[in-house]
Each structure stands twice: as C-alpha cells, then as structure tokens.
Design a protein around this ligand. Structure first.
Ligand SMILES: Nc1ncnc2c1ncn2[C@@H]1O[C@H](COP(=O)(O)OP(=O)(O)OP(=O)(O)O)[C@@H](O)[C@H]1O
Ligand SMILES: [Mg+2]
Length: 412
C-alpha cells in the first residue's frame, strides 16, 4: 500500500481544531478521499474536491452543526496544505541548502553564496562593507555578522550617517568635552566608546563628510580618537561594519570619498541581491511576513493575490514586500484570506501583458491607442525591473513623458 499523504507531516497545525472538536465529542479524521457516509468534510485542494482531506464522521450531525464544523475544517485544511508544501519542499531540498540565516530569509542560490560568505566573514573580526539597494536587508546582514562573531554578547550599535549634520554626527560618534560648543554642558562619551568591545554599524557611510572620514579611518587604523574639543587620546576596540546604497567606488573616482578609507572598509565586501534577482524567494518571504504580522491566526493569500505579488518587480525590495503584507493583513480585518482587491493599486494593476489583452475591448481609436500604450509601457517596465530611465530608452520616449504615462495608467 502507498504511504498515506500525512506521512512526515507536521501535525501540530491541527492541535487547535482537534481540541475544539474533541470538546464537542467529535473526532477529526484524515482521509484519502471524501467519505461516502454522512460527514463534515474539507478537501485539501480545490482542484480535487473528492480527494484527500479532513473529515468528521458523524451521522447525527444536524445541517447547521455540520456547516459550522465544515467551516472549521476548511480553515484547518489551509494550514495542512501549507504544512504539506513545507514537507515537500524539505524533501526536495539538496543537503546544506539553507532557507534562513539569523533572521535573513531566502533560499535562492545567490543567498546560499551570501550565507557561505557570512559564515566566513562573521567570525573574522574584519571590517565589512555591505552594499545593496534600499530595503535589501543591509542592516539585517550587519546584525547577522555581529551575531556570528565573538562579539555577539557585546553591544551592537547603529548610526545612520545621513541622519545628522556634520557637527552633530562628530559629537554623536566620538563624544565631546564640556564647553566644546554651545550646549555642550557636560562631558559626553560618544557611540564609539559605548561600542567598545562590540560592533559598530555605520549605515549610509557614503554620506559622511571628508572630515569625519578621516576620524573613522584613524579608529580603523590605530583604534584611537579624540572627543570633540578634547586633546586626550582615547582607545577603543570596535569592529566596524559599514553600509551604503551608493556606488562608493564611483564616489572615490569623483573625489567624494577617501580612497584610503574605501580600501580600509572594503576588506570584505558583501553585495546584497535585489529581490527581482531572486523571485523564487518571494513566496518564502510572504509566508514569513504573514506570520510576523499576524494577529491571532496567520492569514493566507488567495491565489490571484499571490500571483500578482509574484509578477510585481518590487523596486523597494524586501522592505516594500513586508510593508505590503502588513498593510494587507490590517485591511483584511477578520477575514482569514487576503484577496487581490486589498493589494495596493500599483501591485494589483501590474498585470502581465497577456492578461491585459483579454480584458481590453477598445471601441474607439483613442481607447485602442491607450490600451496599446498601457500594455507596452507595462511590459517595458517589467522587463527593466521598474527602472524608468531604461524603460524610456527602450520605448524611445523621454523619461518625463514615460513618468507621466506610468502615473496615468497607474503602472507603478
Ligand atoms: N532577506 C530578508 N529576510 C527577511 N527580512 C528581510 C530581509 N531583507 C530585509 N528584510 C526586512 O526588510 C526590512 C528592511 O531591511 P533592512 O533595514 O535591513 O534593509 P536596508 O538594506 O538596510 O534598507 P535601507 O537601504 O533602506 O536602509 C526590515 O524589516 C528587514 O527585517
Ligand atoms: Mg538600512
């Protein structure tokens, strides 16, 4: 006999519904096919309504009671279907493939390379430069490096270099002596001193002024610095992790970033892939964020909603995806399922070209032109991952014109 479908399944997902049924004297049964006798039943897959599913066998169930039990079973069937997918994915995974790493979610080949690099970089105590577009997880990776290092029990301090003006950042990072400037009413240690023996994450390092670049270089080379307005030399032992979404190399060539500092922080270089280069990770991330932002039970996406999320190029990367999920969860209220109607317009309307073709039946020349325009622009934007400059080049229109049309057709 073939092994039943529930072999190796994590059945903890059924604990709750099993308990509720038991209290009513009912017994949950996992079945290979819809039972012939009277039963409340929910199939695991909508495509095969008579096949495997969850059943409660009871001749004496009244109609109303049966409907109630069936609605519970339907919900539970969703959880079981998800657990089945997990099990099957687990079985398919080649050995050593990781789908998460210190809170970083992703199983794509580029992520495997990233994890291997982090395995080596984290314990090394070297300076690390993390580069990547907005929302690709630079701060998450910086934390993972700290967690994987000997310094994990010490402080992890974060400063965003673009959030302060030069003088404030100087005092924030290095501290100041009383009277160093108006308002400096007492001696104050800086964040470097607080990070001593730990890790310092300098975010947006590309926005740091040349003067401060010199001070940071000195910390890196000699482990020494002075508080603002103070002549006493102080020593610290900090590991620096820097991040930027700017092209530091180009900034060096343009004379905007010190070359010596660039080489000093560039010892280990981690470049994070944008989400559009690992679309297979989108379902994994969706599951992760649905669970993270859930209220009581984890909601699920209806197939059309999931499809649209998969088709969208996510120019804002993982942060944009996370925000969208959080928004959907809130808007769905008590509904356990999230439909495509809850998606932000830019995502909902990012339909593949073929789909647009069917639903447009232009009855006039202007309408036909608009339909074609919308389709071509949508397709070009998708091909270029939402990059308007490149899409405009391909379509041979000005960037301004393209932006106007993208807004008109709500293609963003
Ligand atoms: N691979 C990932 N797995 C899980 N969550 C992620 C991943 N990447 C990013 N996130 C989440 O997305 C959000 C943005 O991540 P993070 O702040 O690390 O990005 P960033 O690259 O520093 O962005 P920015 O350039 O805008 O500062 C966070 O909530 C983070 O937890
Ligand atoms: Mg960041």
């Amino acid at each position: 006999m073939a092994t039943p479908w529930w072999t190796g399944l994590d059945l903890r997902v059924l604990r709750h519904v099993r308990g509720v049924l038991r209290r009513q004297g009912l017994q949950l049964t996992l079945v290979e096919r819809r039972p012939l006798e009277a039963a409340a039943f929910a199939a695991l897959s909508l495509e095969e309504p008579g096949a495997a599913g969850l059943a409660v066998l009871a001749n004496e169930l009244g109609l109303a009671e049966r409907e109630l039990v069936e609605s519970m079973l339907k919900e539970a069937a969703l959880d079981v279907a998800a657990a089945l997918r997990d099990r099957d994915e687990r079985d398919e995974e080649p050995p050593g493939r990781r789908t998460s790493y210190h809170g970083i979610i992703g199983g794509a080949p580029v992520m495997q390379e990233l994890y291997v690099l982090l395995d080596r970089a984290a314990p090394s105590d070297s300076t690390v430069l993390i580069q990547g577009e907005n929302g690709t997880g630079k701060e998450l990776v910086a934390r993972a490096i700290h967690e994987g290092s000997e310094r994990r029990d010490r402080k992890f301090i974060v400063t965003n270099c673009s959030a302060f003006n030069d003088n404030l950042l100087d005092s924030e990072l290095f501290g100041h002596k009383r009277g160093a400037f108006t308002g400096a009413i007492a001696d104050k240690p800086g964040l470097f001193e607080m990070a001593d023996a730990g890790t310092f994450f300098l975010d947006e390092i590309g926005d740091m002024s040349p003067t401060l670049q010199v001070k940071v270089l000195r910390v890196l080379q000699e482990g020494t610095f002075n508080r603002v307005g103070d002549t006493e030399m102080r020593k610290v032992d900090v590991r620096i992790i820097a991040a930027t979404n700017r092209d530091l190399q180009a900034m060096v060539s343009a004379g905007q970033f010190r070359e010596d500092l660039y080489y000093r922080i560039h010892v280990i270089n981690v470049t994070l892939p944008p989400l559009r280069e690992r679309p297979d990770d989108i379902p994994l991330l969706i599951e992760h964020f649905l669970a993270r932002h859930r209220r009581q039970r984890t909601k699920r996406l209806m197939p059309d909603c999931a499809q649209r999320m998969l088709a969208y190029p996510w120019p804002g990367n993982v942060r944009e995806l996370e925000n969208e999920i959080e928004r959907c969860v809130v808007l769905a209220g008590d509904e356990p399922m999230i439909g495509a109607d809850l998606l932000s317009p830019r995502i909902r309307q990012w339909a593949p070209a073929e789909e647009l073709e069917v639903d447009v039946q232009p009855d006039s020349l202007p309408a036909a032109v608009e339909a074609l325009e919308k389709r071509m622009i949508g397709a070009a934007m998708r091909r270029h991952g939402g990059n308007k400059t490149r899409a405009a080049e391909e379509l041979k229109v000005s960037r301004r014109n393209l932006i106007r049309l993208v807004q008109k057709y709500q293609l963003e």
